[in-house]
Design a protein around this ligand. Sequence first.
Ligand SMILES: NC(=O)c1ccc[n+]([C@@H]2O[C@H](COP(=O)([O-])OP(=O)(O)OC[C@H]3O[C@@H](n4cnc5c(N)ncnc54)[C@H](OP(=O)(O)O)[C@@H]3O)[C@@H](O)[C@H]2O)c1
Length: 263
Amino acid sequence: MANLRGKNVFMTGATSPFGVETAVALAQAGANLALSARNADRLNAVAKRVTDLGVQAVVCPADVCKPMEIERAVNLGRSSTGRIDVLVNAAGFKCEGPAIDAPIEDVQTSLEVNYLSAVRFTQAVLPEMIQRGSGQILNVSSVLGKRATPQRAAYSASKAALNAWTDALRVELAHTGVAVTLICPGRLEDQSEAKKTRFAMGTRGAAAAVVRCIRRPRREVVLTPAGRMLCWLDFLAPALLDSLLARVRKNESLINQHPDPSR
Ligand SMILES: NC(=O)c1ccc[n+]([C@@H]2O[C@H](COP(=O)([O-])OP(=O)(O)OC[C@H]3O[C@@H](n4cnc5c(N)ncnc54)[C@H](OP(=O)(O)O)[C@@H]3O)[C@@H](O)[C@H]2O)c1
């Protein structure tokens, strides 16, 4: 299997549990990394971890809500690594709560971080990829972008926007040599923590999926069996899924209103 030696990967969201595991997996495959997020200390710690594996890493701090910082980060990544072969858009903003009174700031930040940042980073790196006739954009979305669930309206809507944009981009870039991949994880579980949940996938498994998608580009990957089931059920019987989700939601509300006094 071809490895990623000599490939330069620029990744946003590089300090999250998924981001760290992905950086390590990419470094183990031989890729050099440009790592972006806001927290420079955490970025430096990730950079140290991956350079210990024998690859080059550059830290490119940026707040993805600030277009000037995105431009600066991409220029730094490009000038340090020579060129950007692969862009992984993985910055994320999570928020929960009923759609009916979701704070507009949360809706706005979801769109900025989960959707617009991917648009901005992609537009910043695409011209050189198209000119070279090679490259890859990987957008890390969520199964909730394919099927929204209660209490996650703002997050789901921003990921749905990312999905739609990614689909259009992929077709626009056909025949340019630039591949576009959408990755839709279900629930991820931080493998640096001991807790285990029944429906989650480890961040290490998700990171391995990213590496596979760079080795052999795919149009879309849905991660976790529960995530795939949600998508299938939505495709086959959306009204049934609505009522199942409504029932789960009702049970959760009842539990919250009448918590078990023994807990
Ligand atoms: N965890 C899950 O169960 C799950 C499920 C499906 C999809 N996903 C997606 O997978 C990706 C990783 O998820 P995760 O849960 O590991 O991490 P996360 O908490 O969703 O992502 C946080 C990452 O984004 C960066 N970030 C947030 N706001 C930013 C901003 N304004 N500017 C720059 N960077 C910003 C954070 O770094 P700084 O704070 O240092 O800036 C951090 O690296 C996300 O795109 C997420 O939506 C996660």
